[in-house]
Design a protein around this ligand. Structure first.
Ligand code: VAH
Length: 314
């Protein structure tokens, strides 16, 4: 049985990945770490309160729980990172460097999330290739590209088995959005589920690559299960399911929620979104380890609204 540490356990991905890993391996096999007490949802399972910039805390946690796999998710996201660029660099890079150094010393396997934020204004925006120009326009994107290069170096130089995915915007209903630019879509779903109007902080025509969280979790576990010999990418794999514009999502929701209205008031996050791709070429992930999304926009919307309405009515 693997003994797993998940950092950023309270985050959008972390909170659901912890549950998925505990369902697969047992509650005691997964240690949840976050700055605040991880939400255990009534489950008797190990958790640690701490900062990933504290190397001694990480090393002590790994030793105490005999960890052999780390899902290192702790990070500031794009919009928050633009408000606090120094903290974004410090948290995102110091934490990753500690995890990679400890992985090298302790023979750990690592998953680390990158993002479409590594792409920038010089990157082809349509069917963005796996290998292309990468000139990120945000501090978040700079930390994600820098992190990709660090992961690739630790694999090539020290043989660390670290694997990564460039997540698109992730849509989920279990956590409240936390500082991401693509989080407008989650906000729109939540407003629609409450039958309330929504003011969108991106322009109507802003098209971005997106994915439903269940697909993102499955992609993460499938990548970690793949034989190392099958992997041709050791910075980070492009990954996507579909793309939509804000107005396309609004129209899609208006078909399901009578009277739902959206107005568009772009703010500073528009500049972030304008430097990201509209569609992604994820053929390398499909070829190397059999990636294929299961949710399309309609299936995601039906599932999101059903779960969100249950919460509204609760
Ligand atoms: C963000 N949801 O908006 C994150 C993600 C693709 C974007 O990295 O910052």
């Amino acid at each position: 049985m693997p003994r797993i540490l998940v950092t950023g356990a309270n985050g959008q991905i972390g909170s659901e990945l912890v549950a998925a890993l505990r369902a697969r391996h047992g509650h005691r096999a997964v240690v949840a770490l976050d700055l605040e007490a991880p939400r255990q949802n009534g489950v008797d399972a190990p958790s640690v309160v701490g900062d990933v910039r504290d190397r001694a805390l990480l090393e002590d946690t790994m030793a105490t729980h005999d960890i052999d796999v780390v899902y290192h998710l702790a990070s500031l996201l794009s919009a928050t990172g633009e408000q606090h660029p120094n903290r974004a660099w410090d948290v995102n890079m110091t934490g990753l460097k500690h995890v990679l150094d400890l992985a090298k010393e302790r023979g750990l396997r690592v998953f680390w999330p990158s993002s479409i934020a590594v792409f920038g204004p010089s990157t082809p925006r349509t069917d963005t290739p796996q290998r292309t120009v990468l000139d990120p326009a945000t501090m978040y994107g700079v930390t994600k590209r820098s992190g990709e290069l660090l992961c690739q170096y630790y694999h090539r130089r020290y043989g660390v088995d670290v694997r990564s995915l460039r997540y698109p915007g992730l849509i989920s209903y279990q956590t409240v959005p936390g500082g991401g630019t693509t989080d407008y879509a989650i906000d729109m779903y939540r407003a629609a589920a409450r039958s309330e109007p929504y003011v969108c902080f991106l322009s109507a025509g802003t098209r971005l690559p997106m994915m439903y969280m269940p697909d993102a979790l499955r992609a993460t576990l499938d990548l970690m299960d793949a034989p190392a010999a099958a992997l041709s990418v050791r910075d980070s794999y492009n990954l996507t399911a579909f793309s939509f514009s804000a107005e396309e999502l609004a129209a899609h929701l208006q078909e399901r929620v009578d009277g739902f209205s959206v107005t568009y008031r772009p703010d500073e996050r528009q500049h972030i979104a304008d430097n990201w791709p509209a569609t992604i070429d994820d053929s390398a992930a499909r070829a190397d380890w059999g990636w294929a999304p299961r949710y399309d926009l309609a299936a995601m919307t039906d599932d999101m609204l059903a779960h969100l309405r249950d919460r509204v009515e609760a």
